[in-house]
Design a protein around this ligand. Structure first.
Ligand SMILES: *Cc1c(COP(=O)(O)O)cnc(C)c1O
Length: 452
């Protein structure tokens, strides 16, 4: 840290200029490079004397940045992309320049106040009660883990002792982060219950599976995770049916809406989410389909007291922030120091208004429905699952894994699109994940035609 110099002023302006240019342009997809290529093009960048701002920025612009894919490209349809609004992107610069401490109310009251308004918008979409609340955390992985830790603490408090093994019900389609958290981080058992033919967890199948378990296995179940928009298929579980089973057994219901929770904003998709208002905890990643930059996950508890009971850290040096039981975001998750990562999302919501969010999510759903029509109408491809949301899983009839790999690499090499293979029922296929309102049906047509 030093006082601001003329040199800083020059470099800062150059960095901001670079950012503004990127925000204005049609970004290229860009290309992954090997470590050898990067060593060749960027070389050793850290030296005892420093290479200076001009050279470091130039290296970024010419070699390093172009080796990072543009996740916000309109034909980047792999994994779950991200498509931040302009306002959220430039406000992210402001968050960095201010370096707000977002862990406690004492230090970041203003930031926490508006972040909580953004959380409230989401809680209202889900129909959670007035006292619901939580915090923005790094991503869905941390959100899911934090919610499940709170669920287990609450179960321990209620029963007073540990079972032989703690366990959580999921399906095969539940996100890898849920299974990883339960198994590796929490050392609990993952109980995969059968899903229906579209990959949905349903109340009746969950109940039937659990009834068949040995009593001591069933005894250790403390939570069920339903997914509102599975990552691979975009399918919404039978939330109402799962909520019935959870309440009969006294389990915590966690709803993982990391990707699909955004569709709560779209009236045309809202009926799929019936039952979500009964969740004990819920997450959605604004960095996926709510147009915020990385990294940002909204974690909500029906009863935030239970989140606090599990996560509040206590120490002499923290008495000053714990003393007033103010709203400390660090109390609700596996985190202490926290970037005020909900602020870019808040700023964008404040600037454009919630109607614009409704319209943007509806637009992506419309394009996904048009894409499904295109696939149905083309004889060389076949839709594998009827879509609920904006993920389309389909196969090119007659292709094997090597065909998909070659085609995918060529699309990227030609800078046309980034679409990767996936697997469904152990067969290689491909998928579109559409979260970018700039993606059009013509973009999808172009990619489908490239598979002929
Ligand atoms: C992406 C995703 C996650 C993980 O979220 P990260 O932000 O990548 O940590 C969890 N669950 C679902 C359903 C997801 O789509």
């Amino acid at each position: 840290m030093h006082t601001y110099t003329e040199e800083d002023d020059r470099i800062a302006r150059a960095v901001i200029e670079y950012c503004l240019d990127r925000l204005k342009m049609d970004v290229p997809l860009d290309t992954p490079r090997s470590a050898e290529q990067l060593a060749d093009q960027a070389g050793e960048t850290i030296t005892p004397k420093g290479i200076g701002g001009d050279q470091a920025l130039q290296l970024w612009a010419n070699a390093i940045g172009p080796a990072c894919l543009s996740v916000d490209h309109r034909r980047y349809l792999s994994f779950i992309p991200s498509a931040p609004t302009k306002a959220s992107s430039y406000f992210d610069m402001l968050v960095a320049a201010s370096n707000v401490y977002g862990g406690s109310w004492l230090e970041g009251s203003g930031a926490v106040y508006v972040e909580n308004q953004a959380l409230r918008w989401i809680a209202d979409l889900a129909g959670l009660p007035a006292e619901a609340g939580g915090a923005f955390v790094q991503g869905g992985t941390v959100g899911n883990l934090s919610a499940l830790v709170a669920a287990r603490e609450y179960a321990l408090y209620r029963r007073g002792s540990r079972p032989a093994r703690w366990a959580v019900c999921v399906t095969e389609e539940s996100h890898s982060s849920v299974k990883q958290s339960v198994k590796v981080v929490m050392d609990a058992d993952v109980l995969e219950v059968p899903a229906d033919e579209r990959g949905r967890m349903t109340g009746p199948a969950l109940r039937a599976a659990v009834e068949q378990l040995a009593p001591e296995t069933r005894d250790g179940i403390f939570a069920v995770v339903a997914t509102a928009g599975t990552t691979n298929l975009g399918i919404v579980d039978d939330l109402e049916g799962v909520a019935d089973v959870a309440s009969d057994y006294g389990w915590w219901l966690h709803v993982d809406g990391a990707y699909g929770g955004a569709a709560l904003a779209a009236p045309s998709a809202r009926p799929l989410f019936r039952g979500i208002e009964r969740a004990d905890s819920f997450i959605v990643d604004p960095h996926k389909w709510l147009f915020a930059p990385f990294d940002c996950c909204a974690l909500l508890y029906r009863d935030p007291v239970l989140g606090r009971a599990a996560h509040t850290q206590r120490a002499g040096y923290l008495d000053a922030v714990n003393v007033n039981s103010e709203w400390n975001p660090s109390d609700f998750a596996v985190q202490l120091t926290r970037r005020a990562r909900g602020l870019p999302f808040w700023f964008s919501l404040a600037v454009y208004g919630t109607d614009a969010y409704r319209d943007a999510v509806e637009r992506t759903l419309t394009v996904a429905r048009e894409g499904a029509e295109l696939i149905r109408a083309s004889e060389h491809v076949r839709l594998l699952v009827e879509p609920d949301l904006s993920v389309l899983v389909f196969e090119r009839i007659g292709w094997d894994a090597a065909d998909y790999a070659r085609w995918s690499a060529q699309l990227l090499a030609e800078q046309l699109a980034f679409v990767t293979p996936t697997r469904h029922q152990n067969k290689v296929c491909t998928r579109f994940a559409i979260v970018n309102p700039l993606t059009s049906a013509d973009d999808l047509r172009l990619i489908i035609e490239s598979m002929r």
